[in-house]
Design a binder for this molecule. Sequence first.
Ligand SMILES: *Cc1c(COP(=O)(O)O)cnc(C)c1O
Length: 410
Amino acid sequence: MVRINENFLKLKAGYLFPEIARRVSAFADANPDADVIKLGIGDVTEPLPAAVTAAMHTAVDELSDRDSFHGYGPEQGYAFLREPIAEHDYKARGVNVSADEIFISDGSKCDTGNILDILGEGNRVAITDPVYPVYVDTNVMVGNTGTANEAGQFANLTYLPVTEANNFVADLPSDPVDVIYLCYPNNPTGTVATRETLQNWVNYARENGSLILFDAAYEAFISDDSIPHSIFEIDGARECAIEFRSFSKNVGFTGVRCAFTVVPKELSVTASCGTEVSLHQLWNRRQSTKFNGASYVVQKGAAAAYTEEGREQVRGLIDFYMTNARLLREGLESLGVRVFGGVNAPYVWLGTPDGLSSWDFFDRLLEKGHLVGTPGSGFGAAGEGYFRLSAFNSRKNVEAALERFKSAVG
Ligand SMILES: *Cc1c(COP(=O)(O)O)cnc(C)c1O
């Protein structure tokens, strides 16, 4: 008899995006002429930077010639990509991360899930609420939680609410936790963590022997110079943190797939036998066994994002999306809506007007404005009463959406 991993049975059936799709399609059936604008999706819309596609074309040509052909590459990624990452993303900001601490992969979603392979059973895990659902579901899958209650909260998981009440800064856990997921700039709230907030977390982690899993997928969108881009800008973080970064949102690689994970060599955990074990070595072992490296062509494309031309073009993409974010933020503020985020992140987080629930506001926006966003409650119980808008869209759609907000919330 085959046994399945019964932890999967505890998962809430992928509820949020299917429910949005169901409501949008019911509305479209009833209103076949309505032109619905979607501001709900966390996917990029603009084409890849020219420097990146040129490098990928060249790489494809190399593969068609026997003399420049490449088969399997290093599981950890090519030096031609790891070195510019170390140089531009870390050294240029005065951060100590070496190329051999950078593990190239095909996505941060996979890396944030796969990291649980090297952690043991029974870790007490803390997440902020609302949260990127991947952190929760991957912990459910490996058995780190109990079952979910009515509100969708899982037993044995420590939820740290982030709302207006605490200015979107989570309180440190009252009971000790072993693993802490932090995502800054944050999806879904679009808020950031100051140096002081991150230092408090690093101090907490070092005092309690906990591990911080830091998701910096949106670091390139930071415009405020005082906000750290990396957890490794914080003193002591090399002894307690792993960082995840992705080319998905800044370079537009959601469909191309390339990301990386930084595991410092100082980071170690005491095994039950008393031996100090290096997490860098464990992750290297895990990747060498279960992963055969990201595609050569894709890594060549990612490396081109670090050339002078590439950096300028990536800057252009980020500026484009952040202008969308600013237009959304300012337009909604002028309508009297409570608006958060959207300054250092491509997401704008709204307090729903008139005390509406997240889903009631969703319905009102769809019916009155033919607009789709994401109900905050779909990201966690503490997201109730909030709503996420994404700046990943065409300028035309953002401008049209702002006109429509006037009738829906004005
Ligand atoms: C988009 C996103 C990522 C990137 O995931 P990829 O698998 O690299 O595309 C990671 N974390 C968060 C919070 C995200 O929103």
